[in-house]
Ligand binder design. Structure first.
Ligand SMILES: [Zn+2]
Length: 172
């Protein structure tokens, strides 16, 4: 069994969401925390090149193994999710995505990551925190859920807020 690298400290509401999300899932909380921590580490690779975008990390997992990773690139270049997706071919219907920040819902300098995840038919997604960007704020999650993707919010929220606080207007 994989041990989490960091101690979990979550709000009661987050804990409730996490508990609810594992009722029907094959992946347990420790495994999911392990993969989210890998996404956090991947996101740190974006530091120094992603500004003004936040240093987001994404890992894609199949059968308990990481099959692709991505992080925020220079503005106009692929976001974390797009970078991870473009390394793989075809439908990803047995793949679980872990991304530190809610995928973007809108086409800005790059296409919407939420739409890209839907197009590739990712099965489920763990998202660390909601994107406070006024054009996102849950809109990315709505796109994913509307397409039938299982969304789990709040895993390693505290650690992710610490990393992203300089980039986002968030409490933490
Ligand atoms: Zn994006």
């Amino acid at each position: 069994m994989v041990r989490p690298f960091v101690r979990l400290r979550t709000s009661p509401r987050t804990a409730e969401l996490i508990r609810a999300s594992f009722v029907l899932k094959s992946m347990n909380r420790e495994q999911a925390s392990h993969f989210m921590f890998e996404a956090i580490k991947e996101g740190r690779k974006a530091l120094g090149k992603c500004y003004p975008n936040p240093p987001v990390g994404c890992v894609l997992v199949k059968d308990g193994n990481i099959i692709s990773k991505g992080h925020t690139n220079e503005p106009g270049q692929p976001h974390a999710e797009a970078m991870a997706l473009k390394q793989l071919k075809g439908n990803l219907n047995n793949v679980t995505a872990f991304v530190t920040l809610e995928p973007c819902s809108f086409h800005g300098r790059t296409p919407s990551c939420a739409q890209e995840l839907v197009k590739r038919r990712v099965q489920e997604i763990y998202i660390g925190i909601i994107d406070p960007h006024p054009r996102n704020q849950g809109a990315g999650i709505k796109i994913l859920e509307s397409a039938g993707i299982s969304v789990h919010l709040g895993l390693l929220e505290k650690e992710i807020k610490n990393d992203l606080k300089p980039y986002l207007s968030i409490d933490g």
